[in-house]
Design a protein around this ligand. Structure first.
Ligand code: ATP
Length: 423
């Protein structure tokens, strides 16, 4: 049986992954975990998410084949590579855990859990990671499942979509939980340098420990990586407050599964897109330090590198009219803007700088400009000349025809780091 849960936490505290550890602790007394517990990130642009729009899927049954240690929750937790499905009504046990740990009183928290016999259609996951799913659609998909929703029932969307995910691409995250929360920075840097298959642990440019959540939750840290054994080694290397439990999730983090290639005319709010175009309006720094420019592919759309993207804004400021670029990012509704996660500079335009006004062919004097892009006129004899008659030099460009991404501190869960993309 597959169990999906979502929307149990709030800004005040909690964490859906912690509720998952409680369910694993309880149900692993009777059943085996088949495959890793799954942490599935969904559409990062929906307005009603609490933080990272994460939901959980767990698969229980009778395991066989290779087993691997995936956590410690008062006892070692193992997951089996293969298993025989068991479907039982475990809603009483899950309900008890949900009602104890979910932040029900928070108006934005609308928990749900689903118990499925078979996996829902993959297309539901695809829609949930890329656009908006209605509660009705999710209920319809769950019609043969046992489920319980609380309050406005929205949690059913994430619960069922998490089960629908198939790990065509995947990464892992090891999450450590405890009462006190501190992490030794030096040990994180050492771990980051040594554990090559881990990523997004430390932001060297901004001196930021990325494995530690800011949120008020039982999570001490979460380390991301490609390799389960190296994640365990990374956990042993990080010096932190006492770890009471830990678990490894298989995730869709760092896979770019939220992105879809689009023409500008087809871009819709709350989606995440990959759009290729030519820079039309050059970058402008607005109040708050955000950098805005536009691209054109027959239609025009604004793009932004907001202040939290820090040094990435310097890349964006270097763009010039005529540069051909591909932007990757989430779409904000008003004003419709692509919030850039990464960018590929396909072709840098030649940028010219005027160094001398044209000389009058009759009297040899330097001509005077008649205004922006209006040409030149000789002040003595009135002879006219065009813009092209002035003397120009080609300006060197600092940018290269390659990818640039936001720093680790501003990285979205689903965004594929260049370390993975270009590997
Ligand atoms: P995290 O556990 O990482 O903090 P979160 O708290 O940010 O995640 P949730 O609290 O799970 O996010 O809130 C997201 C809510 O939005 C859930 O109720 C979920 O069912 C719903 N949801 C998720 N994806 C979609 C989607 N594509 N369309 C509509 N609703 C969605």
């Amino acid at each position: 049986m597959w169990i999906g849960i979502d929307d149990t936490d709030s800004m005040q505290g909690g964490c859906t992954t912690y509720v998952a550890t409680e369910i694993i602790k309880e149900l692993s007394r009777k059943y085996d975990l088949i495959g890793f517990p799954r942490l599935v990130r969904l559409n990062p642009n929906i307005p009603w998410k609490t933080r990272g729009n994460g939901a959980i899927a767990l698969h229980f049954g009778r395991g066989y084949g290779k087993r691997i240690e995936v956590g410690y929750i008062g006892k070692k937790i193992f997951a089996y590579e293969k298993g025989i499905d068991i479907f039982e009504n475990v809603s009483r046990e899950i309900k008890k855990i949900m009602e104890k740990h979910a932040f029900m009183h928070d108006e934005k928290t609308n928990p749900a859990f689903v118990i499925c016999k078979t996996k829902p259609s993959y297309s539901l996951y695809k829609k949930a990671v890329r656009s908006i799913v209605s509660i009705g659609e999710a209920r319809k998909e769950a019609k043969n499942c046992i489920y319980k929703t609380y309050k406005n029932g929205r949690g059913i969307i994430g619960s069922i979509a998490a089960i629908a995910w198939k790990p065509y691409d995947r990464t892992y995250e090891i999450i450590a939980y405890g009462k006190e929360k501190w992490v030794d920075e030096e040990s994180v840097i050492k771990m980051d340098k040594e554990c090559k298959t881990c990523f997004d642990n430390y932001d060297y440019e901004n001196k930021h420990i990325a494995i530690m959540p800011h949120a008020n939750s039982p999570v001490i840290y979460g380390i991301r990586g490609e390799n389960v054994e190296e994640l365990k080694k990374a956990m042993r290397m990080v010096v932190s407050s006492a770890i009471e439990r830990w678990i490894i999730f298989e995730t869709n983090q760092a896979t770019d599964e939220h992105l879809q290639k689009k023409k500008i005319k087809d871009v819709r709010p709350y989606e995440s897109v990959i759009v290729r175009g030519v820079v039309k309006k050059e970058p402008l720094v607005i109040k708050g330090g955000h950098v805005i420019f536009s691209i054109y592919d027959g239609d025009e759309i604004e793009c932004a590198a907001y202040e939290p993207t820090k040094q990435f804004r310097n890349v964006i400021k270097g763009l010039r009219k005529g540069d051909v670029i591909t932007v990757y990012g989430g779409v904000r509704e008003k004003p419709m803007t692509i919030n850039i996660e990464k960018i590929k500079i396909e072709k840098l335009a030649k940028v010219y700088k005027k160094i001398e006004n044209p000389r009058c062919p009759r009297c040899g004097k330097h001509m005077k400009s008649m205004g922006r892009e209006k040409g030149y006129r000789c002040p003595k004899c009135g002879t006219k000349a065009g813009e092209k008659d002035a003397k120009y030099v080609i300006v060197g460009r600092e940018l290269k025809q390659t990818f640039y991404e936001v720093p680790v501190v501003a990285r979205r869960h689903l965004a594929k780091p260049l370390k993975r993309l270009l590997a």
